[in-house]
Design a protein around this ligand. Structure first.
Ligand code: CMC
Length: 427
């Protein structure tokens, strides 16, 4: 391990501590850099900046490794349930059977929403994007659950966490039901987290809803794979919003807004739309050529990642889930053939090899969600349901961190220097 990093500015040499994590690169502690040198660092997009210390999720982008509290993502997706993974992310350990039962109970007793909150939906247009609805109704939760907005009370923080995790599927399913003009369904706490969500989304009050175990299993895996991903844009947004002392409902609403963007959670919707636009395998070369053309803003959606410069380990699991769902449900969707062929061609193309552009989780998740029956507009909503667990775990960790400060980046100012005001008639 390196003891210190020496930085020389204007002939003055200063040592800065080098901090070691349990795994991963060492980190130079530059908190005193400005005080010592009068200089900031410049790092737009935070490509070289660790903004916090965290014990939750670890990614090795070069090796294609993703660990939740030390456990590889593929092992969790294969062997665990979403609720146990949520317990792991929130509390640090996989639960034993008694803890698992208690955690399930604690979450399910919060699945219903305040009845008045349902009226909010009727204020939206029927064709509103469900992510727009989610930004609104999740933020509005702060107006309904006053007894869990005191961020300095650990018990209230825990209750808010449970409420958010439990109510997200209810709110998400209602956003879908509203868009198709069907009645909202109340949650059924005898079902699994995934099963309950499927029933609230696709069930109708007129007849019993039979959960297909293949679909339920795919849903569990989708939820597990997207539950946390270190300090990504939406998680950093949640942390930044929370750093000012904002309540957790407001913070998660901010995270949902950030997730919506096509460079982040919105990529699954964009990836499926792209696969549909390509339509047939023979059109792939045309789209590959566009992706490589510097004058064309087109990008292959579902390819590339800020951190993974190797195969996204979530994409590997997701590809298997997609195949299983399509095979078992007997769906022959040409977009899956397009996806597989696109992946094969892109992975052997020098442009993609050189830039280390591999399929990411969104490349196959859209195929899975579409096969289950979700419209593309719901894809990012599902991502938000799952990622709420990660956001809450990261927000809680920040709130418990004695070193926590309000997030306040600095800038390289390149606007006009001080100048005199010019009256309107002189301009
Ligand atoms: N198709 C074609 N070229 C690409 C792509 C792509 N999907 N992604 C990156 N490149 C090129 C890019 O043009 C650039 O080339 P050059 O160096 O010649 O200018 C180079 O690769 C590096 O790209 P970058 O934009 O500097 O890389 P970044 O780390 O800032 O961006 C990314 C990461 C995910 C925003 C980007 O790869 C992208 O836009 N991918 C498509 C959207 C997508 O699938 N997003 C989902 C991310 S995974 C889900 C999640 O965690 O939220």
């Amino acid at each position: 391990m390196t003891d210190a990093a020496n930085i020389s500015v204007d002939g003055h040499n200063d040592d800065y501590a080098v901090l070691a994590g349990s795994v991963g690169p060492e980190v130079i502690d530059i908190r005193k850099l400005y005080a010592k040198t009068g200089r900031f660092t410049f790092d737009p997009g935070f490509t070289s900046t660790a903004a916090c210390e965290s014990k939750i999720t670890y990614i090795d982008g070069d090796e294609g490794i993703l660990l939740y509290r030390g456990y590889p993502i593929d092992e969790l997706a294969e062997n665990s349930t979403f609720m146990d993974v949520a317990h792991l992310l929130l509390n640090g350990e996989l639960p034993n059977p008694a803890q698992s039962a208690k955690f399930n109970h604690d979450i399910t007793r919060h699945t219903m929403i305040h009845e008045q909150l349902a009226q909010f939906y009727r204020g939206f247009r029927r064709d509103a994007h469900p992510m727009a609805i989610m930004c609104g109704v999740v933020g509005a939760m702060a107006a309904f659950y006053h007894d869990s907005t005191d961020i300095h009370d650990p018990h209230q923080r825990m209750v808010a966490s449970h409420r958010l995790i439990a109510k997200m599927p209810t709110l998400a399913a209602m956003a879908y039901k509203y868009s198709v003009g069907q009645p909202f369904l109340y949650p059924d706490n005898s079902l699994s987290f995934a099963g309950n969500f499927l029933r609230m989304t696709f069930g109708v009050p007129a007849e019993p809803y039979v959960i297909d175990p293949v679909v339920e299993d795919a849903m569990e895996k989708l939820l597990i794979l997207q539950a946390d991903h270190e300090q990504n844009a939406s998680t950093s947004t949640v942390r930044l919003a929370g750093s000012s002392g904002a309540n957790p409902f407001a913070c998660i609403s901010a995270g949902i807004a950030c997730l919506w963007g096509p460079a982040h959670g919105g990529a699954n919707e964009a990836a499926l739309n792209m696969l549909r636009e390509i339509g047939t395998v023979d059109r792939i070369p045309e789209f590959i050529a566009r992706a490589k053309n510097k004058d064309d803003p087109f990008r292959l959606m579902g390819f590339g990642h800020r951190v993974y410069k190797n195969y996204d380990p979530r994409a590997k699991v997701m590809a298997k889930v997609a195949k299983n769902v399509l095979d078992k449900l007997g769906i022959s969707d040409p977009i899956f053939d397009v996806a597989r062929e696109l992946e094969r061609i892109a992975l052997s193309d020098p442009y993609f090899i050189e830039k280390k552009l591999y399929p990411n989780v969104d490349f196959y998740s859209g195929v899975v969600m579409s096969a289950i029956g979700f419209p593309t507009s719901m894809f990012t909503v599902l991502f938000a349901v799952s990622r709420t667990v990660g956001w809450i775990a990261q927000w809680t960790e920040m709130m418990e961190d004695p070193e926590q400060k309000i997030g306040r980046p600095r800038q390289l100012y390149t606007g006009p220097a001080k100048r005199d005001f010019v009256p309107l008639d002189k301009r």
